[in-house]
Design a protein around this ligand. Structure first.
Ligand SMILES: CC(C)(COP(=O)(O)OP(=O)(O)OC[C@H]1O[C@@H](n2cnc3c(N)ncnc32)[C@H](O)[C@@H]1OP(=O)(O)O)[C@@H](O)C(=O)NCCC(=O)NCCS
Length: 342
């Protein structure tokens, strides 16, 4: 456990707010496992190519009638059970996703109904793979300002529904799942110390799904042209990811006046092992400081760091008081890094 070795950036400048901590986390992944060997039967690829280029061995695929809101609700229920939180205690539900059950209403409203959280407000946010950290930073504002006591933040995705299963460049990378966190004030903890969020809309088309919105509503032609599938320029996305994740992580640590040696665990967005290694190297992190589970799940977008955080906690990789660095990157482009006193 770390002693207090950091500055709480939120406590500067006569700040009157209260701290926001993660009371508990939970995650859910579907039962069905799709291995690289399975994908060899679907597209022209190989286990060797996928593993050496990405670090992925398998991913989870939602059942036919299992939707983003179902996975989100299951992850949330696990987090609630761990913290002993009942549905009527939840003031706000924020779901981060790029694969909502429907364009509207918000998936958060469907989750609210599934949990029976009748008192809570509910809305979705969309920051692609950065969504969970963006959502957490939004949620913590309500705790900090004393507006709410309990905020439920969820990252959930059913990416299998937007992946083009004929495109080997993308279909091998993604998977389904959900992760959740309960945010509350804990008097003895600094909690979410800082979150640096960024975006570059000039690179929006590097990673996108062109169809289905108001620009290209669904038509027989748009479906035929494959515009309702995820599209990506992998090489450019890769380069932007490394630079943005490194810069955001450095800035988050600078704000807390710490260096990487004070971080117990770095939990990066799980997109590609080579991105994780490049960011880790630049930060000067030791291999044992970096949490990796993308071999099992691939890239689950907004769910990714949430699932990883839950697994890190379940595996006893974190004690209360440890400093955690979460760092994410995604379509938008968007990125974020957060330092948390666990
Ligand atoms: C997608 C990615 C793994 C590709 O790796 P890469 O080293 O850049 O590979 P390249 O784009 O140079 O492709 C090399 C070759 O492999 C081929 N290839 C692509 N996918 C393949 C697959 N699944 N199996 C076999 N070959 C494949 C390409 O067609 C290309 O062949 P060519 O040279 O004959 O045209 C990598 O660019 C990446 O991870 N980018 C970031 C993606 C990401 O994280 N996105 C989400 C951000 S949140």
């Amino acid at each position: 456990m770390s002693t207090t070795v950091f500055t709480n950036p939120r406590a500067k400048h006569g700040f009157q707010g209260r701290s926001c901590s993660i009371a508990s986390v939970g995650s859910y992944v579907p039962e069905k496992i799709l291995t690289n060997a399975d994908l060899e039967k679907v597209v022209d690829t190989s286990d060797e190519w996928i593993f050496t280029r990405t670090g992925i061995k398998s991913r989870r695929i939602a059942a036919e009638a299992e939707f983003t809101s179902d996975m989100a609700a299951k992850a949330a229920q696990r987090a609630m059970d761990r913290a002993g939180i009942t549905a009527d205690q939840i003031d706000l539900i924020i779901v981060a996703t790029i694969t909502p059950d429907m364009l509207f209403p918000a998936t958060a409203c469907l989750v609210q109904a599934k949990l029976g959280a009748r008192r809570s407000a509910a809305f979705d946010i969309e920051a692609a793979c950065s969504g969970f950290l963006y959502a957490m930073e939004i949620g913590q504002q309500f705790i900090m300002s004393r507006t709410y006591e309990t905020v439920l933040v969820i990252g959930a995705e059913r990416l299998s529904s937007i992946v083009n299963w004929k495109d080997r460049n993308t279909c091998v990378l993604f998977g389904d799942g959900a992760g959740a966190a309960i945010l509350q004030h804990r008097p003895d903890a600094h909690g979410l110390l800082t979150a640096c969020m960024g975006a570059d809309g000039h690179k929006a088309m590097l990673l996108c799904m062109p169809g289905g919105g108001s620009r290209i509503p669904a038509t027989a032609d748009s479906v035929e042209a494959g515009l309702h599938h995820l599209q990506m320029d992998g090489k450019e996305t890769f380069k932007s990811a490394v630079t943005a994740m490194y810069s955001a992580a450095q800035e988050a640590m600078r704000r807390c006046e710490i260096d990487i040696s004070k971080i117990k665990l770095v939990i990066p967005h799980q997109a590609n092992r080579r991105i994780i290694d490049a960011v880790g190297d630049r930060l000067g992190a030791k291999p044992e400081q970096i949490f990796v589970n993308l071999d099992k799940y691939g890239n689950t977008s907004a769910a990714s760091v949430a699932i990883a955080l839950d697994e890190a906690v379940t595996q006893n990789r974190l004690d209360r008081g440890d400093l955690v660095l979460l760092v994410v990157f995604g379509a938008g482009l968007t990125w974020a890094a957060a330092v948390i006193e666990w």
